[in-house]
Design a protein. Structure first.
Length: 87
């Protein structure tokens, strides 16, 4: 990953984050079909995707301006969550 404020500025999410000093993300709609799931991309699946992204953003929002490694202070039920050098 890029260092803070060092990402490519021609990518929308990087430009928004820099310009407004806020969390910014690009949400790409997945078109790959998964076996056993409803076929096609429709409003119901879009709502579910949006809700799942909002759940994750709401969860991390209290940690966004904190100093240090917030993942070391997550609640016990989230102890499995930690960064990986693989990604």
């Amino acid at each position: 990953p890029d260092e803070p404020n060092e990402g490519m500025k021609n990518i929308c999410s990087n430009q928004i984050a820099l310009r407004f000093d806020c969390l910014s993300a690009t949400l790409e709609m997945p078109f790959k079909e998964v076996s056993g799931r409803e076929r096609g991309w429709g409003p119901n699946r879009a709502r579910k995707l949006g809700a799942s992204v909002l759940d994750a953003l709401c969860y991390v929002s209290p940690y966004l301006r904190k100093e240090g490694n917030f993942w070391e202070r997550l609640p016990e039920e989230d102890a499995y969550s930690h960064p990986s050098s693989k990604y």
